[in-house]
Design a protein around this ligand. Structure first.
Ligand code: DGJ
Length: 540
């Protein structure tokens, strides 16, 4: 038996080595996702919540359609309720179907662990847990009303979740020999709705106790509170230390600690990159109108301190100010991953900006399968209201073609991006708001005036990038803009083209759609389909 044990350990280890597991590496200060040993952009879409209960329908309605929009990755839930229907007995059949389909359709997967918490509720926990609210106690509002959310202080529940999650990760390690799964999201949009914190008995006890030292240290380090030496009372409870933010910080600490436990136990089995997503802080801005305790921007310092096993916090973006959110969640300690984003036509523009400017590892409009349906289901307004989602973000007029073309084109220019990212030779632009007229990008010998075309319903917005290939050669990639070249200030010569071509890349080759001169050289206009213009310039 000892020999057997050693052998099976060896096999396990070598099997594990055979998987080229996904890694996030920092290169020239830029996070890079390595999949199968190569830098990888996840051109993704997230499926609707209930899609993964039915693998057959997924096959016909999703996997078979992905190439239409040049997706290379699908984001799909794994439901705890189906994974562990009886306590301690596991059923991996849905997961196995996903893995099989991913291999057959040559795609990658990001799995969403719908465990203890999903959108501030505990709707995906197995029935045996749902029905035992004695052991698995629920969070309470002030006054004792129970929420349909298991308390983040219920360690008993957290441990069961961690056990199930680690079984899932162990299963992936054993069976996912193709490394189809490239990342895992732990839970989904956690926090408490309707209250800034839990008021159950256990929470009350913790809230009137001292703030944990680790959190105190993190608060001092991030400048939230002054250092302890300068005089904290002996008993520093949450309200004394954090004042009116105490409730939200308390929730963030317990949710983040729970996710840390779950993620770390899972990663011990199989160290895939794990992250948490966030329901953003948005109007009307008070904790509880969005899930309180979730990793909103103000709470990132708590989450970073409590949950180091999560490599990033990923925003779900349905608000109109998408680029602002992308920029906030792009930090040296937080690579940009967007597991859910609006899917109206402007999403194509944001995708371009996310990858080229914010170095996103993943971008995924939500409910991606709707793109491929003749008559997509209308999302009831009750749903968008309950989730505080801008209903316009689900209007897909014009999205299918432009998003697909952005994904395709980005795939083609990836090696150029890898060469120029992080240098002054690559500059990006995006129209953020209706009033914005354009931007002026400065390079070594020439400057580019980019005029944004007016916004139209069902069309992307102005977005793109300029690559300075050498002093006189440029590649412009983008849409909805007009580009005009200038000499540098003080250089009174004029600019003209030696050669100008509009076109695209395919199979790694430049495909000239039109060589341009005469009338066509007067303006350089990019319309709603993403395109490229190559120009060789001279001055006279
Ligand atoms: C955000 C959630 O994370 C998703 O699972 C889904 O519920 C969307 N909102 C809205 O459809």
């Amino acid at each position: 038996t000892i020999v057997k044990k050693i052998l099976s350990k060896k096999i396990q280890k070598e099997g594990f080595k055979m998987n080229k597991i996904t890694e996030v590496k920092i290169e020239r200060g830029i996070p890079t996702l390595y999949v199968d040993g190569q830098p990888f952009w996840a051109f993704a879409g997230e499926v609707h919540n209930s899609a993964a209960y039915a693998p057959d329908r997924m096959e016909a309605e999703i996997w078979m359609k992905m190439d239409q929009s040049h997706l290379n990755t699908l984001i799909v839930p794994v439901y705890w309720e189906t994974l562990e229907p009886e306590e301690g007995s596991y059923d991996f059949s849905l997961v196995d179907s996903l893995l099989e389909q991913a291999v057959r359709f040559k795609k990658k997967l990001i799995l969403l662990w719908f465990g203890l918490w999903k959108n501030a509720e505990s709707a995906y926990v197995p029935a045996w847990m749902k029905q035992d609210s004695e052991t698995f106690f629920r969070a309470e509002m002030y006054g004792g009303e129970r929420l349909n959310t298991i308390s983040p202080l219920c360690w008993e529940a957290v441990e069961r979740d961690a056990a199930a999650f680690s079984r899932l990760m162990g299963h992936l390690r054993e069976v996912d020999k193709n490394s189809s799964v490239i990342m895992v999201q732990v839970e989904n949009e956690v926090g408490l709705l309707g209250t800034e914190r839990d008021y159950c008995r256990q929470a009350e006890e913790a809230f009137t106790g001292n703030v944990p030292d680790k959190l105190m240290d993190a608060a001092v380090k991030s400048g939230k509170i002054r250092a302890r030496e300068t005089g904290w009372p002996e008993k520093a409870d949450w309200t004394v230390v954090f004042g009116e933010d105490a409730g939200e910080i308390f929730s963030a600490w317990f949710f983040a600690s729970a996710l840390e436990r779950i993620a770390s136990v899972g990663k011990k089995e199989y160290p895939l990159p794990c992250y948490a997503n966030v329901w953003l802080k948005q109007f009307p801005w008070y904790a509880g109108s969005y899930p309180s305790g979730g990793p909103v921007e103000d709470m990132l310092w708590v989450w970073k301190a409590a949950a180091p096993s999560l490599f990033t916090i990923a925003p779900d973006i349905y608000v109109p100010y998408v680029s602002e959110i992308m920029e906030k969640y792009t930090r040296p300690d937080n690579p940009l991953v967007i597991p859910e984003v609006r899917k109206d036509a402007v999403t194509a523009s944001y995708a371009l900006y996310a990858y080229l400017n914010c170095h996103a590892l993943c971008y995924a409009p939500f409910g991606i399968e709707d793109l491929w349906q003749k008559e997509p289901d209308v999302i009831p307004k009750e749903v968008t209201e309950a989730l505080n989602i801008d209903p316009l973000s689900f209007d897909m007029t014009g999205t299918k073609e432009t998003l697909g073309e952005v994904y395709r084109l980005l795939g083609e220019i990836k090696s150029l991006y890898l060469r120029y990212r992080g240098t002054t030779h690559l500059k990006c632009f995006l129209k953020n708001a209706e009033g914005e007229q354009g931007c002026y990008l400065k390079f070594k010998s020439y400057d580019m005036e980019i005029r944004y075309l007016p916004q139209q319903v069902g069309m992307p917005t102005a977005a793109g990038a300029v690559f300075e290939l050498d002093e006189n050669n440029f590649l412009i990639v983008g849409m909805m803009c007009n580009v005009c070249v200038h000499t540098k200030p003080g250089d009174h010569r004029k600019v003209d083209f030696i050669r100008k071509e509009a076109g695209t890349y395919s199979d790694g080759q430049w495909r000239c759609r039109q060589r341009q001169n005469g009338d066509e050289k007067i303006v350089t206009m990019l319309y709603d389909m993403p395109e490229c213009v190559k120009m060789e310039l001279f001055k006279y």
